[in-house]
Design a binder for this molecule. Structure first.
Ligand code: 13P
Length: 256
């Protein structure tokens, strides 16, 4: 069975509340004129501050909203922390977990990532779990080892009774304008599918695997045409409405 495509925009530490809302308004306006491909879900992940105002704007539309991170717990004395419960309350339905920027800049390790996935699921959020190797790891032939270690830690921590999304984001491809070839990326997609299938048999139709790292309106076709990924996770190129719509349209032309 074909899994419905998932297109995720990760706005990272960009866009004020005003700019996020303006994007939402413009996106809805443009989609009213031209609804674009069917059978594809868009998820916008703004900063935590813009989450509620953007979700409010998009309420009742087909566009979903996600958070970029979550902290452990529900409520409690944890200064500065945001739980799945609070993110859900603000309108998030998805949450990105284990992004390489969090792994590197905020020292998140595999154990913490797995714990966050558990919390996300408990809090009714769909986690989008990022895995991927650094340039150095790829150069040393460690891609498979690293991705296997990262993904298996999550697979062993949760029971797949709610949706979990995985994203392959090679660290060296993020924001660099460089991407793996379709066959390099596909090799990792297959590895991930095999690991998921082995740990969670029978979930093939439920677990989507995305690609992320320098996706733009030019590179999108390669991934749509020559790989089995179920969608993409887009950083820089998702900040502009035109660019974002082109990515969705081009993906849809091939896949939907
Ligand atoms: P870029 O699309 O800017 O390379 O970022 C990818 C990413 O990190 C998405 O989570």
């Amino acid at each position: 069975m074909e899994r419905p495509s998932l297109m995720v925009a990760n706005w990272k530490m960009y866009k004020t509340i005003h700019a996020a809302r303006a994007f939402g308004v413009e996106l809805l306006r443009r989609m009213e004129e031209d609804p674009g491909p069917r059978g594809l879900t868009q998820v916008l992940c703004p900063t935590a501050l813009a989450l509620a105002p953007l979700a409010e704007r998009l309420r009742g539309s087909a566009i979903r909203v996600g958070a970029q991170n979550l902290d452990l717990g529900v409520e409690g004395p944890r200064t500065g922390a945001l739980s799945a419960y609070l993110l859900r309350d603000a309108g998030a339905e998805y949450v990105i977990v284990g992004h390489s920027e969090r792994r590197q800049e905020f020292a998140e390790d595999d154990d913490l990532v797995a714990a966050k996935v558990v919390e996300a699921l408990k809090g009714q959020l769909t986690p989008i779990v990022c895995v991927g190797e650094t340039r150095d790891e790829r150069d040393h032939g460690l891609t498979e080892t690293v991705v296997t270690r990262q993904i298996e830690r999550v697979l062993s921590a949760v029971t797949p009774d709610r949706e979990v999304v995985f994203a392959y984001e090679p660290v060296w491809a993020i924001g660099s304008g460089r991407t793996p070839t379709a066959s390099e990326a596909e090799q990792v997609a297959q590895l991930m599918r095999n690991l998921i299938g082995r740990s969670w048999p029978g979930t093939d139709a439920l677990v989507r695997v995305l690609y992320g790292g320098s996706v733009n309106r030019d590179s999108i076709r390669t991934f749509a045409e020559h790989t089995s990924f179920d969608g993409v996770l887009v950083g820089g190129a998702s900040l502009d409405v035109d660019h974002w719509l082109d990515i969705n349209r081009r993906w849809g032309e091939v896949r939907c």
